[in-house]
Design a protein around this ligand. Structure first.
Ligand SMILES: [Zn+2]
Length: 221
């Protein structure tokens, strides 16, 4: 994986891009991170859940909320480490299995009890991770929602749960095979192009968030 990262950096530096091209590329990547559906959903969920609990927002919990929005994508790590040995496919390893996630969190709470004083954080985790699952499920190839009970995919591409077509799954496999098997390619593959509408909506949400945070945060001592 490290060699892969180094190759990508060397390749990028060889491209002899002008300063303007590099700046535009950087702005584009930043926009894809800041205005991504998962990021904006996490900001909205953070405002709603924090308001529901009647607690003052704190930056450390907001940072955790943003981390939760990307938590399922950590399945990239076992994929990159084990893909050759087991012929794995990205996004299909662990992490994108909602029933397994619910059973893991529910099992922890059943054994350990609901974490005292941590229900706010637990709610942030569950809501934001589930929002990530719903967003990923909108793609035509869907996800293994019912694993470990059922090894079949469900997609929400047409608004209601249904099995994806063989063509949709084959198209995703083809796209993944065309994508390189190194960390940079995998990260790029998980970014989506930001539409103008998405950009405008994201800017509005961030402005509302900043005003809300400023008005409701506890005064610093
Ligand atoms: Zn994902």
């Amino acid at each position: 994986m490290i060699v892969c990262f180094l190759n990508t950096i060397v390749h990028f530096n060889r491209q002899q891009q002008t300063g303007k091209e590099e700046l535009m590329k950087l702005i584009h990547i930043l926009a894809q991170i800041v205005f991504a559906v998962d990021t904006i959903a996490a900001i909205i969920a953070f405002m709603a859940i924090t308001s529901f609990y009647g607690t003052a927002p704190q930056w450390k919990y907001f940072a955790l909320a943003l981390a939760f929005s990307r938590l399922p994508d950590l399945d990239m790590i076992p994929y990159l480490l084990l893909q050759k040995r087991f012929g794995l496919r990205s996004h299909w390893v662990i992490g994108h299995h909602p029933v397994a996630f619910i059973l893991t969190v529910g099992g922890y709470i059943a054994v350990k009890g609901f974490p005292s004083g941590q229900s706010y954080l637990a709610t942030l985790l569950i809501v934001i991770v589930m929002a990530h699952f719903v967003h990923d499920s909108v793609q035509p190839q869907g996800m293994y929602w019912l694993w470990p009970f059922k090894w079949s995919r469900l997609t929400l591409a047409r608004g209601s749960p249904e099995h994806p077509t063989a063509e949709a799954i084959a198209a995703k496999k083809t796209r993944q095979d065309a994508c390189g098997h190194c960390a940079c390619d995998q990260i790029k593959d998980r970014f989506e192009t930001i539409s103008v509408g998405q950009f405008m909506f994201g800017v509005s949400v961030i402005c509302i968030f900043l005003a809300w945070f400023h008005l409701t945060a506890a005064p610093s001592t």
